[in-house]
Ligand binder design. Sequence first.
Ligand code: F6R
Length: 587
Amino acid sequence: MCGIFGYVGSQSNAANLVLEGLKLLEYRGYDSWGIAVKKGKTIAVDKHVGKIGDASVSLAQSTIGIGHTRWATHGGVTVANAHPHLDCKKTIAVIHNGIIENFSEIKKELIKKGHTFISETDTEVVSHLIEENLKKVGFASAVRDAFNRLHGLNAIVVMYAPSKEIVAAKTGSPLVIGVGENELFVASDAVGIVKHTRNVIFLEDNQMAVLGYKLKLIRLPHGKEIPPKIHRINWEFEQVSKGKYKHFLLKEINEQPVVLKNIALHHNEQARILAKVIGDAFGTFMLGCGTASYAALAGTYIFSHIAKKHVNFSIGSEFNYLEDYLTNRSLVIPISQSGETIDVVEPVERAKEKGATIAAIVNVLGSTLYRQAKYKILLGAGPEKAVVGTKSFTAMVAELLLCAYTFISKQRDGRQLLLETAKDVASILGDISISKIKKVAQTLKNREHIYIIGRGLSYATALEAALKIKETSYIHAEGFAGGELKHGVIALIEKGTPCIVIAPNDETYEDIVSNAQEIKARGGYIIGIGPKNNDVFAEWLPTADTKEATMLSQIVISQLLAYYLALARGIKDPDKPRNLAKSVTVK
Ligand code: F6R
């Protein structure tokens, strides 16, 4: 969470470069923002509450600057709590991502020494600690010593007015360094940097970088210099801009046919590797949070159905309480768009300590999970900037599907299904289907609750569809296993209650239609999504029948429904739902 951007180089408009970088990173946190630049021997700061939107800055010309978009943890959303945070003399500026677990102990100590705090944040202790350390050592060492005192998973970037360098350090949250011509960048995601350079270094945990005339990488806690490893990012800047679309969310939904084709045509080797490690393992756990957890849940059904193989699933944050089963023959498959989700990163670290093998399925090259894993499966969905996950979900499920077909030596069949689904998704994105979805959105826009039911693989679809509707339109939506209705949920149905039925042409069809009948008999308004129409449906949103991959078409319809519900309800920025942030790097 939180967007970090820093610049040091030959251009004198650092404030604007930082502002542009923050605009690209705003999906990481958007309750407040701030920028600091070096102005002679002092620091000039500009901080605001609210989204960065089309803001401009009028700070002094400078060749060094840092900035931050915040997702509040300690302290409310106020200008005082927005980053950067300064020391007493106002010569040190700090931006931070993470939680400093021992901040109150450090704060008490600093207050005793005479430091004055003006915010409620944990971050501010860092600027005062550095101020204290500067009495004894130089800038980089002062940052290093301060950072070594912090407990928890943190990333900081620091500027010091008398210095021509900025210093970055991390133990948890991501930091990427961009290496340009006579200039260096640091950001919490390569998305912020790719406009300037595609040569990047992924700072690893317990590393510090000094960005100045040259780049110096140092291993923490002691300061041994290490050689930088430069990676080349393979996406273009256009991929991180909205292009012709009004919202990133719509753009990313529209990118799904390409994402599916890419996996069908180019991920054969990855699928083979993953199938082999699953085959060799003695017990496999797939982990994910939110949307990624539903991809993992779908994976258990997919592997059972296609590969006749049991693969366990757990929500990342719950895996702590299941990991007693793990041995050095276990396989853990973290699934994550960002590769940074702390509730997945932590259990994976513990699984590694128990000797388990890690095969990560991630979208972001160089991310923490990518680095933690022995086997690295890249989704290749391109940057996902809307906070709500869409193309990353379809990529995760497609990857698992291809792998399951590979497992039974029928990779060609899996590829074919994905290619047919890519075609179907492209037609769902066409005018006829969109106008039907918009009509359903108009019917549902004032409802308080929407229920979604599915069985088997469609249970995972129902859960993901409900999450999309909740977070995008703020309507309460709940996904249920169709068989659970009679065990309680049916009590919620009254006249007109909307119920979406995920109805693929598989072994669940008859039973889910019976469940739909039971809801209709109690006054429910039934919307069917799938390849076959049925009398019980008041509205039918059709898909092709692509066996297990039908769920991908059904999910795209649900994403579109969520998006048009949001617009119909007057939600201005569906890219940034309230209270959320992309990439959840704090617990
Ligand atoms: C919902 C959504 C989140 C993420 C979750 C995990 O639309 O995007 O639920 O799926 O925070 O994020 P990653 O995949 O980055 O681990």
